[in-house]
Each structure stands twice: as C-alpha cells, then as structure tokens.
Write a protein that binds this ligand. Sequence first.
Ligand code: AMP
Length: 251
Amino acid sequence: MLYSIRMRSAKGGAHEYGGHHISGAERLITKQDLQKITETLIKRALNHEKGRADFIRLTIEEVKPKDIITIPMLKMETYNAIDVNDGHKNACDFLANAGISKMAIDNAMSSLLSLKENMRGAILIDVTTGKRLDNTGMRGIRVSRMDFKDTLQAKKHFDELGYTDNHVQEALVLASKVLSAPNVIGELCWSDDPNYIIGYVSANNIYHRITKMKPLHSSQGGRVFFVKTPVDITALQNYLERQPVLVDINL
Ligand code: AMP
C-alpha cells in the first residue's frame, strides 16, 4: 500500500487567510517511510530560506494500488544560459518549437513576471489564444500524488549525475506527470526559492533545464501549463491533482 503525503506551509496564517506561501511538497510513499518523510517535510517548512512557516498542513491518505499508473520520466537536457534574458529567450524558443503560439508564450511570461505574491499552484494557459483557462485564482492547480517508482534508484541516478539536491528530482517527477496529462503540450517554471535561479521548460518529451531564469535573491517564481483546447478542465484538474502517478526512470 502507498500513501499520498502532501504538505503546504505559509507565513502569516493559512494560505486561504492571506498567509504567504513558504513551501509545499507531495510524495507517494510506503508505510515504512511515512514517519521519516513527515519529519523531513516539517523541517522543510520550519527551516525555509523564505522564512519560518507559522502554518503547516500535512495530509496523509492511503492510495489503492489499482488506482496507480506508471509513466516514463522525461529526458533531461541542460541549456547553459548566459544571463536571465538569454534563459528566457531560449525558454520561449523551446515552447515555440512545441507549437505554442507567441501570444500564449508572451502571456505566460508576463503572468509569471507580474505576480505580486507567489501562487501555491500553476496557471493553465490556452496554447493558441494565450487566455487563462482555470479559475483557481491565486491558488492555482496544485499537481499532487506523484513520486518516483523506485526512489532509491532515482536518488542514485541523480547523485551520479551530480544533482544531489531535491529541486531537479522533484521537478522532473512533477513535469513528467504534467506532460503525461491529456492536452498538456508544455510547461514553464522557475522556482520561488531566492537562491535557486535554475528553471525549466518541458515540451516534446524533454525537460530543458535552463540555468538562469531569474535574478539571484528573487523570491518570485511560478508555473504555467500550456493546454490545447477544447478540453474538459475539470477532468484535467482531476488528473493533475488526484491521479496517483509513479515515474519510472527505466522506461
Ligand atoms: P518551487 O519549484 O517549489 O519553488 O515552485 C515554484 C512555483 O511553482 C510555486 O511558487 C508554485 O506557484 C508552483 N508550484 C509548486 N509546486 C507545485 C505543484 N505541486 N503543482 C503546481 N504548481 C506548483
């Protein structure tokens, strides 16, 4: 049996009462790992570079094995950007190569750059018109219930590549799930962690890790998912938020 464990934390009260988002996490783990991971997630919320959370919500739910699907991991390629402008230019090119319109790319970039407050989740944008498709406001769509199929194997794989921190691993799991969703063509992301300036675009089965996507010390980050219409938004939201998914690095 696996368990979905989800954490969200904020400072200044709960998110829904105006607190600022500090950090979040979602894992799909065994019973033996529950205690250890719960402790790690609480530590993450209390020792975050964005500040010490004063609101932490942990949700733990059993997941039925028959409900879980397994998907392949996206291939990773790194683009070494000269500066943030170069990073953004290449991010736009990767998205355009996936058939996403200039209007949609421009709207996505300006939506993320104009965020006054970090969202908990992602914005859905129409690949053609560039219009926002979800109506979740500042909450956004929060992708959840996903993990590596074999966490130890994945950790070994990324350690060997030199990616020892959590960012790439967690983002690759999320991005693989997002691109596996029907009608999702691409994703644009950079972190809200002030010291983590690397971001990514995923499209055409590739996770393009881009080394400079925001200035150092900026705590502004976000995510956009590009969606082909017509689409059943409720079904898409349901897949992203509720479908349990394991990512197999061998597929
Ligand atoms: P992070 O990479 O964790 O720094 O997150 C960067 C931004 O991505 C956050 O500010 C959120 O807007 C968004 N985000 C983080 N986690 C998720 C998630 N599980 N699902 C959707 N969007 C997320």
